[in-house]
Design a protein around this ligand. Structure first.
Ligand SMILES: *Cc1c(COP(=O)(O)O)cnc(C)c1O
Length: 406
């Protein structure tokens, strides 16, 4: 079999019982199918046909990593001390830069020895964390729609995702009261992610207060994914759950340099919060990986210790794009949620329309890629997600094309 066919089959492994003569594990069989690969395939095909595609599909910054961070990496890469295995728990300079950043940004105190763990991107930490706490049959409470590793990590750990619908009528917050007592008893973990991918929704301190109360009562671990805390508009400042009383007894927060500093390809993030939860994740990881390339950690320190002007500029750029897209679509009569944070716009499609067919229609007729909401879970049906990762000019071009086919 040729290489691409084989790798494609592996990507789709979630849909198959076996690959060739080899039967897949039950866990891998029960992973949700990977819709994004299908979209990518359709996009490549359209590009190969010479069509001018506007890609609003992927949540990956289009701007380069700032030069001062690249310079820090280049310097650090020349130092042989950085060529060896990194420390599992991350370099002390990085842990203390993270502690200082949290203090400055959220006024949260963290112990750099026990309450901070650098990660090879926050995704791997989020996906590995359930291995530390789930036994077969245990639930984790997962928002739907959501960032896929919450479900994937749960399933690979032998657990079962229990879906908490994120509905517009609840401002895309989970309704904790609706979770049945039978589920609460068997649940170990609850995932939350605000500012939210894919809906762009935000949560206030009152939500976190209720969540901490609920989790303490039900002996649940809170995983707060704060990847988008710095990608914000109109002066909005999202809180960290760790700002709230009692949070450190039950919560671990995941953060990342990926979106804040245009460093998605570099792979650097961290977990912080409750020391026992951090230690448990460190124990899992010590059996799986051997830390982040030290030169990247040094570059991460440069990013976190820089003055944050660069972030303000980035937010201004996305804010202009957001305004252009949201006002343009609203003018065309589309129902759009204007996000206060993240680079995603979550758009309602006509009632009864199917999200995948709608996205396929946009690609076929207007050469625009958008992500069908169902790619993030069943409650994403009825929506598509557009990412603000192309220039304002291209956004205007996309709007003109949409107007033409409406
Ligand atoms: C992009 C993103 C992350 C960051 O992942 P990294 O592995 O740190 O690059 C985490 N959570 C969500 C919801 C995201 O969209």
């Amino acid at each position: 079999m040729d290489f691409w066919k084989t790798s494609r089959a592996l990507f789709h492994a979630g849909c198959f019982e076996r690959i060739g003569m080899f039967k897949l594990s039950k866990k891998v069989q029960s992973l949700p199918p990977y819709l994004f690969l299908e979209i990518d395939k359709a996009k490549r095909k359209a590009r190969a046909e010479g069509r001018d595609i506007i890609d609003l599909g992927i949540g990956d910054p289009d701007q380069p990593t700032p030069k001062f961070i690249i310079d820090a990496l280049s310097q650090a890469a020349l130092d042989p001390a950085n060529h060896r295995y990194a420390l599992d728990q991350g370099m002390p300079v990085l842990r203390s830069a993270i502690v200082d950043w949290y203090k400055q940004r959220f006024n949260v105190n963290l112990n750099p020895e026990t309450e901070v763990l650098p990660l090879i991107g926050s995704k791997e930490g989020i996906a590995h964390f359930p291995l530390a706490f789930l036994n077969p049959g245990d639930f984790s409470l997962v928002p739907d729609p959501c960032y896929p590793p919450y479900k994937g990590g749960t399933i690979l750990a032998g657990g079962k995702p229990y879906l908490m619908p994120l509905l517009e009528e609840n401002s895309f917050l989970p309704d904790l009261k609706k979770i049945p007592f039978s589920v609460r008893r068997k649940a170990r973990i609850i995932f939350v992610n605000y500012p939210n991918n894919p809906t762009g929704a935000c949560a206030g301190k009152d939500f976190y207060t209720e969540l901490i109360k609920f989790s303490t009562k039900n002996k649940l671990i809170i995983i707060s994914d704060l990847a988008y805390s710095e990608m914000v508009y109109d002066g909005y400042r999202p809180p960290s759950i760790l700002e709230l009383p009692g949070a450190k007894d039950v919560a671990i927060e995941f953060h990342s340099l990926s979106k804040t500093y245009n460093m998605t390809g570099w792979r650097i993030g961290w977990a912080c919060g409750n020391a026992q939860l951090v230690a448990a994740l460190a124990k899992v990881k010590s059996n799986i990986d051997s830390g982040i390339f030290s030169a990247i950690q040094v570059a991460g320190v440069a990013a976190l210790r820089s003055n944050q002007d660069y972030i303000n500029k980035m937010c201004q750029l996305y804010q202009q794009r957001r305004n252009a897209l949201v006002s343009g679509l609203s003018r065309l009569g589309w129902k759009v949620n204007k996000p206060k944070a993240t680079f995603y716009v979550w758009i309602k499609i006509p009632p009864k329309a199917d999200a995948i067919s709608f996205a396929a229609h946009l690609l076929k007729e207007a050469n625009i890629v958008a992500t069908p909401g169902v790619g993030f879970g069943q409650y994403g049906q009825g929506y598509i997600r557009m990412a603000l990762t192309v220039s304002e000019e291209r956004i205007k071009e996309a709007l003109a094309r949409i107007e033409k086919i409406s």
